[in-house]
Design a protein around this ligand. Sequence first.
Ligand code: NAP
Length: 248
Amino acid sequence: MRLRNRTAMVTGAGQGIGQAIALALARHGARVALCDINAQRLDMVLAEIQSIGGCALTCPMDVTSKEQIQQVVQQVLSLWGAIDILVNNAGIYEVLPFEEITEAQWDRMLSVNLKGAFLCCQAVVPHMKQRGSGTIINIASSAGKTGATLAGAHYSVSKAGVICLTKQLARELGPYGITVNAVAPGRIDTPMIHTVPEDQNEMFRQRTPLGRLGTPEDVANAVVFLASDEASFITGEILDVNGGLLID
Ligand code: NAP
């Protein structure tokens, strides 16, 4: 129970990595606001958390909507009085050769993956500053460090942006007692990667020194650590969770 009495907001909590993060935070005692564009999935995650004796709240929202984010933040603050942990996890993914990415696809990718994190941070930071504490954890990707081997340029660029946003905010918000870190997953077995043919995921498995794809729980464990007091002197860090797929 490393996060007892903490309150967390997790975006993209309806499935995959976000679902595992929400469960792990709840298992460690945090109250979790479950945010996702898909309301039905949130009900299932809520039931799962309640079944282990955890506390959560479903907050359907689109991370590209400033208005919806502000409403959720106000709802959580009036119910629980604080947001200690913000996890920007919601994201979309697309495999496309560079020349085939349309302007609309580029804008959509950057809007969900990068602007979504920006808007959520902007909604929560004034409250964290006021309290003089808080931690923000962004879910980036190894693609944001090296460029992607499979995903389109719009995806890897969005994740590079998430990495730089993390570093910039760590500098700006440190003086207010707020830490900002990112986790950079390698290939993680979630519904997102099943949008590509299986042999392509197998290629990632073969290139990973630890010989397997990651699980959503592998990422969730890193997030719990970064959210805990054990990580209180860590900020601006991009923590790889990739089985050695990228060693830099
Ligand atoms: P996932 O299985 O597709 O789950 C992402 C969740 O976010 C879905 O429930 C999705 O809903 C939701 N979402 C999408 N757009 C949203 C929006 N505008 N507002 C709110 N929620 C939205 O993906 P995942 O694999 O768990 O990935 C989670 C994060 O990890 C992403 O940022 C991803 O880029 C990153 N990541 C994943 C991997 C990997 O190998 N899986 C590797 C590196 C980084 P819909 O399904 O309805 O869109």
